[in-house]
Design a protein around this ligand. Sequence first.
Ligand code: UT7
Length: 325
Amino acid sequence: MIRTRVIATAASAPKQVITNDDMAKIVDTSDEWITQRTGIKQRHISAGENTSVLVSDVAKQLLDRASVAAEDIDLIIVASVTPDYGTPSLACMVQKEIGAVNAVAFDVVAACSGFMFALSTADKYIRTGAYKNAIVIGGETLSKIVDWTDRSTCVLFGDGAGGAYVESSAEGGVIREDIGSAGDQYEILTEGYTACSNAFNDVPDQTDPEWYVHMDGRAVFKFATKKVMKSLQKVMEEEGITQEDVKFFVPHQANMRILEVVSKKLDIPFEKFYLNMDKYGNTSSASIPMALNELNEKGLLERGDKIILSGFGGGMTWGTMLIVW
Ligand code: UT7
């Protein structure tokens, strides 16, 4: 059976680091509040580099690490809610930047579940035999759509990108997934609203304040714990495995407390959740591949290991995937 296997991973983040104490200089907050409520200690914030710079850097590293020529890439999918442009897609910008002249390139939008949706899409193309390989990236510069005067959201997010080069393989790869959407709840997490203003109506040409991230934190917390739990359970049950068979859970890095609840309720040892939100904050679609790359770079994964990636986010959306490394 053809499966989609991760061959290489990579990540990129802006150099500028903003600590919780730095945040306390611009809004009424503290290192103590942010650390206790979220587990975040610092985040990387763009000094001007846009999302295309970060995702292109990831793509270049992937080619290098996988020893693949750019012209041999079949497919490029980028997940993002903070692209440089409405059009072109980030994926087309990556295509140009690396010279992947034979690739099909497009973006997907599923907020913090974006990487899961992108990987799921690549998996279908590869499983059907349509394409042999793909570059799949999640990347964001959330700093440009955060309201830096709103302490309830601005302390949470960071900028970054992460990705994987995947290839068709007879062994290992994506084994099982559960992805889903709950559009009926879209209003609990929004950003980037653009009003329909034109020359023939009276709608003001003014997108603020809806442009910025708006979040009902408690509602998102509730959605996340419920969906992540159900989704993890579903994937493990359908595969006939338990948490004991899984080496690492690589979750969306939004909030440590969400994972503490999931860990307790599903009886999964907390150490099995790989966390790096303390260093990067919530980087939306980039968070899962950035964490996966860190695990990989630390040499903590061996071929044959079962790992589960799981995310939730705006839309609302969720996605969980069991992969054999
Ligand atoms: O990728 C999408 C991800 N989004 C999420 O995962 C969000 C999920 N939700 C959460 O993580 C939590 O709801 C938050 C971390 C966002 C907030 O934590 P909370 O425990 O739900 O706090 P809260 O919103 O109920 O606010 C509690 C208090 C409020 O003050 P009062 O009304 O009790 O006086 C807030 O004004 O904390 C205050 N507060 C802050 N205080 C210091 C809110 N933000 C801050 C802050 N610093 N940054």
